[in-house]
Design a protein around this ligand. Structure first.
Ligand code: ZN
Length: 430
């Protein structure tokens, strides 16, 4: 009996691996025509009035002004709207909710099951806000629930963005994503995996990939509580050799590494060691910024999540950090650093990632460049530029629409009214 079960299980695994399990949603070949009032092309910055996009199944078939619409095609009339490619948020936490940032961490106060339920609702809100793809950087102790949500979305069970997930993150004992200030005599799960040696890092990468990680998240520096209040020096959590080992092991599994790094040696080690993106980076010095350029490393600034949101947060130190962040962002733009849109959504309300665009433009980025950071540039970071980020024949039909003109007023992106992902409509004004 037991042997039969083992054989059946092995057979199921084989079917999953070979893709012979029928998908829950049958592949549609329906053709649709979208009439666009104005179409923004982030590739060349052009705006085309009265463009038409023809989609077939999950892909774009044709784009242009004056296309004839074949009879019998379903028409979506967005003549009153501005149309853009679906947005990409490169730094998200589907399994994190704003209340988790206050008080005890969710790994202590919530069950995995409840966090997953919240994550399902969060993914829907983020999709409906126009984010058709998201890189999720750390489930923060919710285990492999991000893999489950990703797979549920891909199988059409629940609505949500196309997710690339990193499961657990790599940290060190006493570093970022440790439970702080607790009784050491009580065994409590940590929000990230404590990897205090290179061997432990390599083992953890293998475990994460085995259970479904698309990306590896490395905490290369500590968090705010580790920042020196006088010098604003970050806690470096990794050596150059550590990072090289992590990047090499990830590369073996064809995975990239995203490094949380505020600045200092931890950030420089991460860049020199070959991570694909630096997250936050608000305390980077000029040398680190130049390293980003010479190594071609992407940077997700996550500007708005560090703004104080309560009187308690509004400390002198926080104000100094925010001022530094702004300065680093402006220098990075001048130097030509590859800036990608990333928000840390989850630390604030899901469905409101677009507030980051407003901050980027307020700090001096042109609206079209802010849009590029969340479309063509973000697609490059994710190595998905052949699939997403632009509205062209052959690309996935990830299409959004807003009222007004985001090139004139970037706030328009905070009010997305139409969302199509992979040829399926998830939000519509009609
Ligand atoms: Zn984060």
């Amino acid at each position: 009996m037991k042997r039969h079960r083992v054989v059946a299980f092995a057979f199921l695994l084989l079917m999953l691996r070979t893709g012979t399990v029928p998908s829950i949603t049958a592949q549609s070949t329906q053709t649709m025509a979208i009439k666009c009032g104005r179409l923004i092309n982030p590739v060349d910055g052009s705006v085309t009035p009265n463009a038409i996009i023809i989609t077939r199944g999950e892909r774009i078939e044709q784009v242009g002004a004056g296309l004839s619409i074949p009879s019998g095609t379903k028409v979506i009339d967005l003549s009153a709207y501005t149309v853009l490619p679906g947005l990409i948020d490169c730094h998200t936490h589907t399994l994190l909710q704003p209340e988790d940032e206050r008080g005890a961490p969710p790994v202590i106060t919530k069950s995995q099951a409840f966090r997953t339920v919240q994550g399902v609702a969060a993914a829907k809100r983020d999709l409906e806000a126009g984010f058709t793809t998201m890189r999720d950087l750390d489930s923060e102790g919710a285990g492999f629930a991000d893999v489950a949500i990703r797979d549920g979305i891909n199988q059409g069970i629940i609505p949500g963005p196309r997710l690339l997930v990193s499961t657990y993150a790599l940290t060190i004992t006493g570093g970022h994503m440790n439970n702080a200030g607790l009784n050491p005599d009580i065994q409590i799960p940590e929000p990230a995996t404590l990897t205090d040696s290179r061997e432990a890092m390599i083992t953890e990468i293998r475990r994460e990939v085995k259970y479904g990680a698309d990306w590896i998240k490395l905490y290369a520096t500590g968090t705010l509580r580790h920042v020196d209040p006088v010098t604003l020096e970050s806690l470096s959590q990794v050596s150059l050799e550590d990072v090289k080992a992590v990047v090499a092991e990830a590369a073996r599994w064809r995975r990239d590494v995203a490094a949380h790094a505020y600045g200092g040696e931890g950030a420089k080690n991460a860049i020199r060691g070959g991570v694909r993106s630096i997250e936050h980076g608000m305390l980077m010095d000029d040398e680190a910024l130049k390293l980003l350029v010479t190594h071609g490393t992407y940077w997700c600034p996550t500007l708005s999540v560090y703004l104080p949101e309560s009187a308690e947060d509004d400390t002198e130190m926080r104000r100094r950090i925010v001022a530094h962040h702004k300065e680093v962002f402006q220098k990075a733009m001048k130097l030509g650093v590859k800036i990608c849109f990333g928000t840390d959504v989850g630390a604030f309300e899901h469905g409101t990632s677009a507030r980051e665009f407003v901050k980027m433009v307020e700090y001096g980025m042109k609206p079209i460049d802010a849009i590029r950071s969340a479309t063509i540039r973000a697609a490059e970071l994710l190595r998905m530029e052949k699939q997403i980020g632009r509205l062209e024949a052959g690309k996935l039909a990830d299409i959004i629409a807003v009222q007004g003109d985001p090139l004139g007023d970037i706030k328009a992106l905070t009010q997305v009214t139409f969302v199509m992902k992979g040829g399926k409509v998830y939000r519509s004004p009609f």
